[in-house]
Write a protein that binds this ligand. Structure first.
Ligand SMILES: NC(=O)c1ccc[n+]([C@@H]2O[C@H](COP(=O)([O-])OP(=O)(O)OC[C@H]3O[C@@H](n4cnc5c(N)ncnc54)[C@H](OP(=O)(O)O)[C@@H]3O)[C@@H](O)[C@H]2O)c1
Length: 278
């Protein structure tokens, strides 16, 4: 099988490039192809002729999206649709990366794939609109919604916490937002399986289990042996430009329907810390 990864230099893209073996994989970053450039996108896809395109490229600065709305929609929605159109013309299948931010975070039980989209931020809206338009272009495409991504090769929550814990006696971390941390390695392995299984439709992919950012930070600090105090604070106390969903736990049902089980975030954190120290 031949696979084209767009966004290969990002956090997930790097994990996909490391984990994917046994198939012919072409990975391109923004310097190779800007997904807003229709002609270039078409040219690359025509030249590469992949069976699958994994679309991991995105403008992922959630707060930045609030002040750069045009950029958010042009990359995350319009760029994604450009790729889908070119893929359709070339007969390639598409796996698109979406987000828990398509939901409003008001539920109190895990989000199922059929739950109504109601994004509260520009980033979430750009992803929700991309999903809808992509499904119009390629009704059989695979949309992987993930959340709270962490891993090597870029900025991520555990890395930030570890750097702060090394220099500060105490850290304030939000305790009223709950979600599912997701290790880039486990997400990459799941995406590889989904492509090999010819998966279609929406799939929620996170590590198993749930926690608040405070609980996640406490576990990171504890496992790393720092004596830094982790203090719970409210979302209100830590105002950010983009609203965050209070609850974005994703149900594993769609994963199980595809015959896939993803390890717990506790297990994933252990492997990440090992990878980081090695
Ligand atoms: N991180 C999370 O917590 C999270 C949660 C839910 C969903 N997701 C989704 O999962 C996917 C992967 O996330 P990630 O954390 O790996 O993101 P990332 O590290 O920010 O990687 C995204 C990649 O896309 C590239 N890119 C940006 N604009 C582009 C453009 N116009 N054309 C081509 N490439 C462009 C970026 O290049 P530059 O860095 O050079 O700009 C970067 O290499 C994204 O679709 C993201 O929305 C992420």
């Amino acid at each position: 099988m031949k696979v084209l990864i767009l966004g290969a230099t990002g956090l997930l893209g790097q994990a996909l490039m490391r984990e994917w073996s046994g198939d012919e994989v072409v990975g391109l970053g923004v310097d190779d192809v800007d997904i807003r450039n229709a002609e270039k996108v078409r040219e690359i896809i025509e030249k590469t002729r992949p069976e699958w395109i994994v679309l991991a490229a995105a403008y992922t600065d959630v707060d930045g999206c609030e002040s750069n709305q045009e950029l958010a929609f042009s990359v995350n929605r319009d760029g994604a649709v450009l790729v889908a159109r070119a893929a359709k013309n070339a007969g390639a299948k598409v796996l698109f990366l979406s987000s828990d931010y398509v939901f409003d975070g008001k539920k109190t039980s895990p989000y199922e794939i059929g739950d109504a989209r109601n994004p509260q931020s520009i980033y979430g809206r750009s992803k929700a609109e991309a999903e809808i338009q992509l499904l119009e272009v390629i009704p059989t495409c695979c949309i992987v919604r993930t959340a709270w991504l962490f891993g090597s090769g870029g900025k991520c929550f555990p890395d930030t916490i570890l750097k702060l814990a090394a220099t500060r006696p105490a850290l304030d971390v939000v305790s009223d937002q709950r979600g599912c941390p997701t290790y880039s390695v486990d997400l990459a392995r799941t995406i590889i399986q989904l492509c090999r299984k010819n998966a279609q439709g929406i799939v929620h992919v996170t590590n198993a289990g749930e926690c608040s950012w405070f609980e996640f930070a406490s576990e990171i600090v504890k496992r790393s042996g720092f004596s830094t105090e982790v203090r719970p604070v409210s979302t209100q106390q830590m105002a950010r430009p983009a609203p965050r969903p209070a609850y974005s736990v994703m149900s594993a049902k769609s994963l199980l329907d595809n015959g896939i089980v993803v390890p717990t975030w506790h297990d994933a954190l252990g492997r990440y810390l090992q990878e980081r120290s090695g």
